[in-house]
Design a protein around this ligand. Sequence first.
Ligand code: OOG
Ligand code: MG
Length: 255
Amino acid sequence: MILKLAKILDDALLEAREVERLTEAHPELSLDEAYRVQDEGVRLRLGRGEKVIGLKMGLTSKAKRDQMKLGSPIYGVLTDRMQVVEGGVFELAGKIHPKIEPEIAFLVGRDLKGRVSFDEALAACTGVCAAMEILDSRFKGFKYFSLPDVVADNCSSAFFVLGREIHDPRSLDLTGLEMVLRVGGTEQRALSKEISGNPVQSLVQLCELLDARGLSLKAGSIVLAGAATQAVQLGPGVGARLVVEGLGEVSVEVR
Ligand code: OOG
Ligand code: MG
């Protein structure tokens, strides 16, 4: 069943097509099984030459948990093909119903195994930057799904873009940075503490989630800490630009 479900989502991704939530046909799908579907989906992508370059945390802010009506943090995988160049063009062609959201990303310089403290997580980070994640749920409507659905679907992840300025995470107070995301005429604002109280705490939570599955965070990983505000729908000709106080900006053009 795991491989079959992974194939359904992988085909949807390749064909840019919405599918029914997996729990419609498999209401018994557990969170553990959902992570195995995610693993299998990643394996299919590695088979096509993609490389894992990091992980993303999801639902680490109240704004996101409220938007998706889901309760707890989850993680997904980032591959090299998901990275959009900063200031580059994001093509809507071949996408389903993409949304963009404001994030903070960490560069992790050494392996983090087992459960880690806040200070251990911070000490392992070699850099922090502004980032945006582009979500593109493979599920119909991109409005409602359960935790196992979204975990199986690699937590809706599709693309991400990192700011060019890399800062030392120890040189900034990561709780009070103002984040302003402008998409077309809309504006989303939040302080960075909306992400897990402090985005470093998202790394602590990620290590906990990985450890529970017998996995660990690898040196060299990029980690998206989760969105500070709700995600915003992308449309043609609508640029997206995030400015994070102290970390600079990150933008994409949308066509
Ligand atoms: C789930 C992914 C959430 C975040 O930053 O909170 C996420 C979704 O909203 O579809 O990436
Ligand atoms: Mg996100």
